[in-house]
Design a protein. Structure first.
Length: 86
């Protein structure tokens, strides 16, 4: 198990956006970055805290070029807005 201090530190590090209504805690990643002959996979995973509720999300995309990497967050935010969580 992790100490409460460690959990608090990690939760602070993961803050992607904080508003009076919600907090998004998230981490993005890119598998096989820099390996030209490998399939490039991007992800954006995390959760939204809103009032006393927590909503988890995970978005995976195939990345064909560097501009595609921005879609990880864009698609996630669109989905969360559609669900009324942002």
């Amino acid at each position: 198990p992790f100490s409460n201090d460690t959990i608090k530190t990690v939760k602070h590090i993961l803050i992607f956006e904080k508003t009076p209504v919600y907090i998004i805690r998230a981490k993005s990643g890119w598998a096989n970055f820099g390996e030209p002959d490998s399939e490039q996979i991007g992800w954006y995973v995390g959760y939204v805290e809103q009032d006393d509720n927590t909503y988890f999300f995970a978005t995976n995309i195939a990345i064909r070029d560097a501009d595609d990497s921005k879609a990880r967050e864009t698609l996630t935010r669109l989905s969360l807005k559609t669900l009324g969580l942002l």
